[in-house]
Design a protein around this ligand. Structure first.
Ligand code: SF4
Length: 238
């Protein structure tokens, strides 16, 4: 799966301009998670991340190119305990997976990507209420006073996400990236739309979109994303 590789490279290039703190998953105990979403009232909240008009973004990229060599959480900007007021927020996940078999069975590969996507909506760290908007790719987080007192951190929340991803057999390595530096969040905003465009194009291809590049509204995506055109044309040869 190389469709997201360019976006991963662009993301990493941008992040290279800043200094991140790396936390190894092996040495981090995951923050406790609940079975379901928890509603935290405003009066019980200590912090809001990515709200109040501040930039916020969330996206997930899948690769099989060896771009993630270990399970880790990387934090750019202030950690939760260092934040004193509303802040910009991004959470980006890069997943190194085994071969998803898109050359043999696109439907199966796409379903695997969907399952990986699903995880992002099904991690419920205690005292950490996530509100995601799949339309705008924003993610806002409300952190409870109690969780702050108990020492919640991005490393431990990230480790909880990694633990959930690792329940899926295709997942080999996971990097969860948290960003609270406003300029960096802003620089990464356009990537989320590109991730969406890739997923949308895959959906259309699987829905039986005719292979007529000259009249196809997905052409800008195929022009930019290496492997997409081959995937569609390959599928129709079968
Ligand atoms: S290869 Fe891309 S541009 Fe061509 S028809 Fe398929 S989706 Fe459209």
């Amino acid at each position: 799966m190389k469709l997201y590789d360019n976006l991963i490279d662009v993301t990493l290039e941008e992040l290279d301009k800043a200094q991140g703190r790396v936390f190894s998953y092996e040495k981090t105990s995951p923050w406790k998670c609940l079975e379901n979403t928890e509603f935290i009232m405003q009066r019980d909240a200590a912090l809001e991340l990515g709200g109040a008009g501040l930039p916020s973004v969330n996206y997930t990229c899948v690769t099989t190119s060896g771009k993630v060599s270990q399970d880790e959480v990387v934090v750019y900007g202030k950690d939760i305990s260092e934040i004193s007021s509303g802040t910009a927020f991004a959470r980006i996940v890069i997943l190194e997976t085994g071969d998803l078999g898109e050359d043999q069975d696109q439907e199966k590969a796409f379903q695997a990507i969907r399952n990986l996507e699903f995880v992002r909506y099904h991690v419920f760290p205690e005292g950490y209420m996530v509100r995601v908007s799949s339309q705008s790719n924003q993610e806002q987080v409300r952190i409870a006073r109690g969780a702050l007192k108990q020492g919640i951190s991005f490393a431990r929340v990230g480790a909880a996400y990694i633990a959930k991803y690792k329940e899926l057999e295709q997942v080999k390595k996971v990097r969860v990236i948290f960003i609270t530096e406003k300029e960096l969040v802003e620089a990464l905003l356009p990537n989320a739309d590109k991730v969406d465009a890739i997923t949308r194009t895959l959906t259309h291809i699987l829905d039986g979109l005719p292979t007529d590049c000259g009249h196809c509204s997905m052409k800008p995506v195929c022009d930019e994303v290496e492997g997409m055109r081959e995937l569609h044309l390959g599928k129709n040869k079968k």
